[in-house]
Design a protein around this ligand. Structure first.
Ligand code: PHE
Length: 346
């Protein structure tokens, strides 16, 4: 038989409560409030009643309908609130999580030296030049008085590339920055002869040799220096280089010594040694650079008349300068990429 009004309300509330989302709730609603729903059936059933009975029965059915609608609204609101809470939970940020942090980069100690060298020489009017690491035999050796089969070549054994340069000889990884003397001077020779502008340049960069131990690396850095004009003498080299070292090491009492040596492209040639007057290296003479007065035939290879133009060159190791500045004993530390080492310079 037909259910009581209270039963209908109870069953509607139970059905609504069982709905887990808005679409199923709308389906459940149709079962009670739709065209063929329970409330509509109740209203249809009134047709046979007397006017008196209709009045009371109609009021009861309306209360039933209101109760069902109230239950529906309550369930709708509850579902909407659940959905919102779920969305908020999914989008929430846990502010107590530790942050990812910013990885802080630093400048490599050898590059710091490179920058410092550029700064010091820049302040006394030296230009800075850059050149190829894969070099032609002529620039690296022959133009520097080091022809094929010259014994001095074996002092700088290197890596050859399986491709010939325009000189018909295999290209190679430059063994020193000295080829930059030739490249730069040839490019600026006409400024010297027509404008009277001297060649005054440093060329820092990577260099390569077949060498590997605590004080030698197959790849290392040098800085070349070259000053050519009508009357640049060995005294200028001594002045410029001594001043550079004193500024680089921030030590006014640094002693500098020029010890006779041999390079095919300079004559006379000298090894530059320095002596610390304090600190852990106090009293020791340490070799820091090759140098010399540029050989006349090299000046000719610059495209300049060696009877008129003269000057000096030097080539210093940037790792060496860095090791001495910071007291580092093993060159390999520079190339291992160990952050515990590198962080000390950041
Ligand atoms: N190029 C030489 C070397 O690597 C150093 C040097 C440079 C010597 C310039 C004299 C003049 O050993």
């Amino acid at each position: 038989m037909t259910q009581s009004l209270e039963q209908i309300i109870a069953s509607a509330s139970a059905d609504f409560a069982a709905c887990a989302d808005a679409p199923s709730l709308e389906n459940a609603k149709a079962k009670y409030l739709g065209k063929t729903g329970a409330v509509t059936d109740l209203l249809k059933g009134m047709a046979t009643l007397s006017p008196e009975e209709k009045k009371t029965r109609g009021a009861e059915i309306n209360r039933t309908k209101d109760a069902i609608e109230a239950a529906l609204r309550a369930r709708r609101d509850a579902l909407a609130a659940d959905a919102l809470n779920a969305k908020l939970a999914a989008e929430s940020i846990d502010v107590t999580l530790p942050g990812r942090g910013k990885g802080q980069g630093g400048i490599h100690p050898v590059i710091r030296t490179w920058q410092r060298v550029e700064e010091i020489f820049g302040s006394i009017g030296f230009d800075v030049a850059d050149g190829p690491e894969i070099e032609a035999d002529w620039f690296n050796f022959t133009a520097l008085n080091n022809p094929p089969n010259h014994p001095a070549r074996s002092m700088q054994d290197t890596f050859y590339v399986d491709m010939n340069g325009t000189d018909g000889l295999p290209l190679l990884l430059r063994t020193h920055t000295s080829p930059m003397q030739v490249r730069y001077a040839r490019m600026h020779a006409s400024d010297v002869t027509t404008k009277g502008k001297p060649i005054k340049v440093i060329a820092p960069g990577r260099t390569y040799r077949v060498d590997s131990d605590a004080t030698h690396s197959p790849m290392f850095h040098q800085v070349e220096g070259l000053w050519i004009d009508e009357n640049i003498s060995f005294a200028d080299l001594k002045g410029v280089y001594t001043d550079f070292l004193r500024r680089f090491f921030e030590s006014d009492d640094l002693q500098v010594r020029f010890r006779p040596s041999y390079f095919p492209f300079t004559e006379p040639s000298a090894e530059i040694d320095m002596k610390f007057e304090s600190g852990p290296l106090k009293g020791k003479w340490l070799e820091i650079s090759g140098s010399g007065q540029v050989h006349p035939s090299v000046v000719r290879n610059f495209g300049l008349d060696p009877e008129r133009y003269i000057g000096f060159a030097f080539g210093s190791g940037l790792e060496r300068l860095t090791m001495l500045r910071y007291g580092i004993g093993d060159l390999r530390l520079f190339f291992e990429g160990d952050l515990r080492f590198l962080k000390q310079f950041a």
